[in-house]
Design a protein around this ligand. Structure first.
Ligand code: COA
Ligand code: ZN
Length: 296
């Protein structure tokens, strides 16, 4: 049985735009404001990271101060450490995601710390404020290859013991497949049957919607997605963005699953996103329109 509704967190303004050539602050604000009118209830708006690491997010404070906050929409920020958490709290965010990679090599490249060191810092963060913990490279690491689901489950055990009340699993470079999704979720569920879990897929190898469907079958009801499938990396050949929000919504609505999102409006925002980044985005639903659109 599929769930009656699914909660989608739009991550295009953060995960998408951090991987595109930098866009002006005003365009980010326009994009987030337009997303706020689509019915989506959660938007990851910015990240508070080192501006040298990700120059695209250097204007996070300005973006956050400039957007029109829509009542009922939950805006969040991603952070890599205590300093980022403090910046997010100072800016007025009440919803924060802290990221750590399951694989040590990726965590060192991304955050300049071992996984163990980051988990220590996350423990201090959780002692200070509730945050969602995002475990990146949960389904595979571009430097280390397969990641043992037991390692991912072990990280969940740690952060839950430290007070995390929700956990997300990032498929950072699109290495997830349905069978790996199943293994990770089953490994985590063994110790935490009721913990809210969110899945974050990239469509690098074309498996993202299949992964979403697999996760739905396993009772997962929260997903990240980015409008138009924004993202990728100009320096990493073959890297692509998150699964496109309108592709997920299109599939879910046809399955009778409510998202609260107006599909046509989301497609309009995807077209806007395409203009903002100045390149064709990979979303098939943006290209072809929904299946209900009849050619006259
Ligand atoms: N935002 C802004 N500045 C930060 C920061 C943050 N979140 N965290 C640390 N800094 C500053 C420190 O204050 C320090 O400043 P100073 O030199 O003026 O004293 C300086 O950065 C170095 O601090 P350190 O803790 O040694 O950081 P680092 O050089 O080891 O870098 C990160 C660690 C986490 C800050 C950096 O790797 C980073 O921002 N990574 C994010 C990568 C990312 O966003 N990836 C995509 C999302 S998954
Ligand atoms: Zn991502």
């Amino acid at each position: 049985m599929w769930p009656a509704s699914v909660s989608i967190r739009e991550v295009g303004p953060r995960d998408g735009l951090q991987n595109e050539a930098p866009v002006p602050t005003a365009d980010k604000v326009r994009l987030i404001n337009a997303l706020g009118q689509t019915g989506v209830k959660r938007i990851e708006a910015v990240s508070f990271v080192h501006p040298k690491a990700i120059p695209q997010m250097a204007d996070a404070d300005e973006v956050w101060a400039s957007i029109t906050k829509v009542p009922g929409v939950h805006y969040s920020a991603l952070v890599p450490n205590l300093k980022g958490t403090q910046r997010a709290l100072d800016a007025g965010f009440t919803e924060i995601e802290v990221v750590v990679s399951a694989s040590d090599t990726h965590n060192r490249r991304n955050i300049n710390r071992s996984t163990e060191e980051s988990l220590g810092e996350i423990s201090s963060i959780l002692a200070k404020t509730p945050v969602e913990v995002i475990i990146a490279t949960s389904f595979g690491c571009p430097y280390e290859g397969d990641v043992d689901p037991a390692r991912v489950a072990g990280i969940v055990d740690r952060v839950v013991a430290d007070g995390a009340q929700r956990v997300a699993f990032g498929d950072t470079t699109g290495m997830a497949t349905p069978v790996r999704v199943r293994k990770v979720i089953e490994a985590v569920r063994a110790n935490h049957p009721d913990l809210p879990l969110l899945l974050h897929f990239h469509n690098t190898r074309g498996t993202a919607l299949a992964n979403v469907l697999t996760a739905l079958d396993l009772g997962i009801t929260e997903f990240d997605a980015s409008v138009g499938g924004l993202g990728g990396c100009p320096y990493a050949p073959g890297a692509t963005g998150n699964v496109a929000t309108e592709e997920v919504v299109h599939m879910l609505h046809d399955m009778g699953i409510d998202t609260g999102i107006d599909l046509e409006k989301m497609i309009e925002v995807a077209a806007m996103a395409e203009k903002i980044v100045g390149r064709e985005l990979p979303s098939g639903v943006l290209r072809a329109g929904p299946r209900s659109r009849i050619i006259t």
